[in-house]
Design a protein around this ligand. Structure first.
Ligand SMILES: [Zn+2]
Length: 298
């Protein structure tokens, strides 16, 4: 039996989780939907991490056709999600944005998502994406291998700060460091654009505390929970127990993210990993639904 076939049983568990909290469902700000051949490449990459024996390092739990992946996430009761996609080279973002606009149109529960990287036409296609109704952007500093403080992006950050459109940004050095990952480049961006609505993916893994510093300094900085606190991430990027009170204080700016479908464990595990922090039901309600619902008006 595949994991997807098992998902019916998992849906019962996931729904029980949010029903117990009295929520109408979940909002997941970090899910990946992208053109089929791009997603296949992402999966090939995770498969290649296998050491060659029969135990893959990063098994993709929800490897299935798009329609089936959508059915699974809806069955979990995720009311609103995103289609995080990102280019690894110049000239690719506009094509991805075209796909994502079409995907959002036929997928009303998906927040229209766009992306960019520093390149000649970036300001014009970001502006077009904003005018087309993009609700959220994804930026990936490690895969795109760029400095987020690159001056080519300065007008883009200004535009997005002005429009108040959140940007989920993978800028921490985990699971793989890049030349421009870590808190330093992003703090240069924020010092120039203090009202920018950045959502730090993976809570900045593994530089959690540096990114908590930024969230404490800048009111519009938020953090997504993607993979953090899980049994998979804790061995190589443990969240410091001392920092738990800071998570409680920032409770209204922490947002559920999962990395569905590219996760090496069942979806429920992310939720259980949050629950076992023992920060309370009020905290869980904010993180799993209310904070993102407020931010996106859904
Ligand atoms: Zn992701």
């Amino acid at each position: 039996m595949t994991h997807v076939q098992e998902s019916a049983g998992q849906a019962v568990e996931v729904r029980r989780f949010w029903q117990r909290l009295g929520l109408p469902g979940l909002v997941d700000v970090h899910t990946h939907f992208m053109p089929e051949r791009v997603l296949r490449k992402v999966w090939d990459y995770f498969d290649s991490l296998s050491p060659g024996d029969d135990a893959p390092v990063w098994p993709i739990t929800y490897r299935a056709e798009e329609a089936e992946r959508l059915a699974v996430i809806r069955d979990f009761g995720v009311r609103t999600f995103t289609s995080m996609l990102y280019p690894h080279k110049a000239g690719m973002a506009e094509w991805l944005n075209g796909w994502a606009a079409e995907f959002a149109q036929r997928t009303p529960d998906c927040l229209h998502t766009s992306t960019f990287l520093p390149e000649t036409r970036v300001e014009s296609y970001v502006r077009e994406a904003v005018e087309a109704g993009t609700r959220v952007f994804k930026a990936h500093v490690q895969v795109g291998a760029y400095d987020p403080a690159d001056e080519v992006l300065d007008s883009v950050w200004g535009l997005l700060a002005e429009a108040g459109i959140p940007v989920v940004i993978h800028c921490g050095s985990g699971p793989m460091p890049g030349k421009h990952t870590g808190p330093e480049p992003i703090s240069r961006v924020l010092s120039r654009h203090p009202r920018l609505r950045l959502i730090i993916a993976h809570m900045g893994m593994p530089e959690y505390e540096d990114f908590l510093d930024l969230a404490e300094r800048y009111q519009e900085v938020r953090l997504d929970t993607t993979m953090v606190f899980t049994d998979f991430a804790e061995p190589f990027a443990p969240f410091p127990r001392d920092a738990l009170p800071r998570l409680a204080d920032l409770g209204d700016r922490i947002l559920l993210g999962s990395d569905f479908p590219n996760i090496p464990y069942p979806y429920i595990h992310q939720l259980q990993a949050l629950e076992r922090l023992a920060l309370g039901d009020e905290w869980l309600r904010g993180v799993c639904h209310d904070n993102a619902a407020r931010l996106f008006g859904v």
